[in-house]
Design a binder for this molecule. Structure first.
Ligand code: CP
Ligand code: NVA
Length: 322
């Protein structure tokens, strides 16, 4: 017992982590989307507006980032808090200090950690030893904050979520895993078209199947992109070569191209008013052509903007409600 206390197992502390979207109920996600709308319309409640007043948040990044880093940094400061960017390799983590020890120490200084890591297991470890909320800013397995912004974008564009059809074309990666969970939670049908061997993680797929059984939505894993986009309201793709996969670049491009590229021909096979979405950064003319990403169906800039409004809503919810 005393040993446990010394090791700092803080399992009695009430805190809310966001490690995967599966941690949140559909209702909680809806509340975050409603709060996002208030932030975007510049009408947050006084409590929401000052949700981080007097608080500090570490942004701990082990991989590159533009959107996630900047949107969270701006979100923290606009909510009255103090963001502290910490590069993994510039911190003592880069020299071997353990995640548990780091989690103990950061918990004594700041109020939350937004962390981008190579391994989801490292986030789980951090959350286990930290007495403060840990927010997943992307791992090998999940990218929940991205998908909250994507759900918001769909809601903003269509006015509803339940009953929409999303087609994800390409690599069954972190973004795809979280999209499966997010869509299935909100009653959106999702079809993933990917090559054999590049399917989404079974953990994510199992969660998505469980969610869809609860609300009657559909989850399909297909090979044929044309079959996936049939009647789709949203066509979504992401890079074929995620951060950490660089050594497999040539092999991956040979597997994915040309079949899994979102181009004008594929988009035409979706619903007439289908939106094109991409978490960005795009690898133009690999997973998506210039014609599509710069074309009239594309909502990628609104989607990127919504990272800021949703970052605020996520932080406000974590600090006000839980
Ligand atoms: N979409 C996204 O997470 O972008 P960054 O890698 O730039 O943060
Ligand atoms: N799947 C991509 C997403 C980048 C935001 C990656 O992990 O690199």
């Amino acid at each position: 017992m005393f040993q446990d206390a010394l090791r700092g197992k803080i399992d009695t502390v009430k805190k809310r982590d966001l490690l995967t979207l599966q941690d949140f109920s559909a209702n909680e996600i809806r509340e975050i989307l409603e709060a996002t709308k208030r932030f975007k319309e510049k009408k947050p409640s006084v409590e929401e507006k000052n949700a981080l007043s007097g608080r500090s948040v570490v942004l701990l990044f082990q991989k590159s980032s533009t959107r996630t880093r900047v949107s969270f940094e701006v979100a923290v400061s606009q909510l009255g808090g103090h963001p502290i960017y910490l590069g993994w390799s510039e911190s003592q983590l880069g020299r071997g200090e353990t995640i548990a020890d780091t989690a103990h120490v950061l918990s004594r200084y700041v109020d939350a950690v937004v962390a981008r890591v190579y391994r989801q297991a490292d986030l789980v470890e951090m959350a286990r030893y930290a007495g403060i909320p840990i927010i997943n800013a992307l791992s090998d397995l999940y990218h929940p904050c991205q998908i909250i912004a994507d759900l918001y974008t769909m809601w903003e564009k269509f006015g509803f979520l339940e009953g929409l059809k999303v087609a994800y074309i390409g690599d069954g990666n972190n973004v795809c895993n979280s999209l499966l969970i997010g869509c299935s939670k909100m009653g959106i049908d999702i079809s993933v078209a990917c090559p054999r061997g590049y399917e989404p993680a079974s953990e994510a797929l199992n969660s998505a199947k469980r969610n869809s059984e609860e609300n009657g939505s559909k989850v399909k894993i297909l090979r044929d992109p044309f079959e996936a986009v049939r009647d789709a309201d949203v066509v979504y793709t992401d890079t074929f070569v995620s951060m950490g996969d660089e050594a497999e670049r040539e092999e991956r491009l040979a597997v994915f191209l040309p079949k899994y590229q979102v181009n004008a021909e594929l988009l035409k096979a979706a619903s007439e008013k289908a939106l094109f979405m991409h978490c960005l950064p795009a690898h133009r003319n690999e997973e998506v052509t210039d014609e599509v990403i710069d074309g009239p169906h594309s909502v990628v800039w609104d989607e990127a903007e919504n990272r800021l409004h949703t970052a605020k809503a996520i932080l406000a919810k974590i600090f006000i409600d839980w």
